[in-house]
Design a binder for this molecule. Structure first.
Ligand code: PBG
Length: 325
């Protein structure tokens, strides 16, 4: 026998030496929810272990995140007041703007990514400006510009548009540049599917659409070539990082985007992925830590440079312990 692949699997040392996928906590991003009000830390029922924090209590989680060695968080805001145009998303006193200012002060070393979308702020729960039941793409762009500038002024280190309107990366880039933020990067949710995996998030952020669904703007998950089209368009429009979302069962597209672009690729392991692991582990059917690790490695192996996950803290610990990476 000439080839014996098992030779390189003999023990921990040689397996570590020939390992093809290397990860570091540097590449992890922790998504978190900030809610208006005071003294709030409430668990999200469909996402055990994840909480909504009011600003006066968000330092607790920022502390934990930093301690774990995670360097970046992505902020989602849950406003008390919603309206037709999602004004809370761009108001100077909007929840995310307040949270950004607070976090910048209390944890200056943390890298703050602002998710940019209207669905948490609109009374109808859609990610744009409505005329009747139709979203006006181009009118929405001017709102996205306002939100981006407000987030930048509040101290965001990166803007991450998740609305899926056409032309939004170029529009946001233009607005940021015009307002003195030409150094602020954009991470675009480029390949974002209309996915059932977001359900727990909508519960968490109270952002489910009041009617219809998001299929006229989020992608059809049957499509692979279109994923590439979306990613390439965002690259042309000036995105600094492209994202594929969800991550689980979208490894083929992470790879596709990775092979056809020359900018970093992020993968977002979304709420439904988290909820599935949590629930199955709670039932005793799987080992939570090992499944979490395997899922993460799968995304990196597919080509992710950045991994956005509710398990960021736990994964950082596993990487430090040498369980993966
Ligand atoms: C906002 C947004 C959503 C998610 C991230 N940004 C929900 C949606 O598009 O309905 C989902 C994140 C998750 O499920 O963890 N548009």
């Amino acid at each position: 026998m000439i080839y014996r692949p098992r030779r390189l699997r003999t023990d921990e040392v040689i397996r570590g030496m020939v390992r093809e996928t290397r990860m570091s906590p540097d590449s992890l991003v922790y998504p978190m929810f900030v809610v208006e009000g005071e003294n709030i830390k409430e668990e999200i029922p469909s996402m055990p272990g994840q909480y909504r924090y009011s600003i006066d209590r968000m330092d607790e989680i920022l502390e934990e995140i930093e301690q774990a060695g995670v360097k970046s968080v992505m902020l989602f805001g849950i406003p008390q007041h919603k309206d037709e145009v999602g004004s809370g998303a761009y108001s100077h006193e909007g929840i995310v703007q307040c949270a950004l200012r607070h976090a910048k002060q209390s944890h200056p070393k943390l890298y703050l990514i602002a998710d940019l979308c209207m669905c948490e702020y609109t009374s109808h729960g859609h990610c744009g400006i409505l005329h009747g039941e139709k979203i006006d793409n181009d009118e929405t762009l001017s709102y996205l510009q306002k939100i981006a500038v407000a987030q930048a002024e509040a101290g965001a280190d990166m803007i991450a548009p998740s609305d899926m309107m056409d032309g939004r990366v170029a529009a946001i880039r233009e607005a940021l540049d015009a307002n003195g933020f030409s150094d602020l990067p954009i991470m675009s949710y480029s390949v974002k599917f209309a996915s059932a995996f977001y359900e727990p998030f909508r519960d968490a952020a109270d952002s489910a659409p009041a009617f219809g669904d998001r299929k006229s703007y989020q992608m059809d998950f049957h499509n692979r070539r279109e994923a590439l089209k979306e990613a390439m368009l965002d690259v042309e429009e000036g995105a600094d990082i492209v994202m594929v979302k969800p991550a689980m069962v979208y490894g083929d597209l992470i790879r596709e985007v990775k092979d056809h672009t020359n900018i970093p690729v992020a993968a977002y392991s979304v709420s439904g992925e988290y909820a599935m692991i949590k629930a199955t582990a709670a039932a005793g059917f799987i080992n939570e830590e090992r499944i979490m690790c395997e899922l993460a490695v799968g995304a990196y192996r597919a080509g992710a440079d950045i991994y956005i996950t509710y398990f960021a803290k736990e994964l950082a610990e596993c990487m430090k312990r040498g369980l993966i990476g």
